[in-house]
Design a protein around this ligand. Sequence first.
Ligand code: DAT
Ligand code: MG
Length: 139
Amino acid sequence: MTAERTLVLVKPDGVSRGLAGAILARVEAKGYQLAELKLLTATREVLEQHYAEHEGKPFYEPLLEFMLSGPVIAAVFEGERVIEGFRSLAGATDPTTAAPGTIRGDFGRDWGLKVQQNLVHGSDSPESAEREIGIWFGA
Ligand code: DAT
Ligand code: MG
């Protein structure tokens, strides 16, 4: 049986603030296995696919601009219930209200209304994970 997989992104704020190692270390420390890892600057085409579900929302364009503003880390982690487990490690979408002890809760700052600057992305379902891993790493 293949272990569950999830796509993790360390967003441009995480990389530029020097938090990539600390973030990935938390995921490894939880017991998830690193299966793929790369540093890259995203393209608009990749981001349009990745964030297709959010197209048309008010935060869509600022989100894409932010995600294009610097390099990101794309990673695949494997493990039992890793999708749910990583989202629990990441915390709530808004860093201001994300619980202490979570990545967004501990490392998020007061960014005003820039909720998109929340350090990490994690897939939200097995279907999303396979779709997103295909986008960032190919089939
Ligand atoms: P998550 O990343 O927790 O899965 P999401 O899929 O709802 O959250 O949204 C994708 C990203 O879009 C999120 O990480 C940050 C940004 N975003 C979501 N809601 C927002 C909002 N109300 N204002 C600004 N950015 C938002
Ligand atoms: Mg999401």
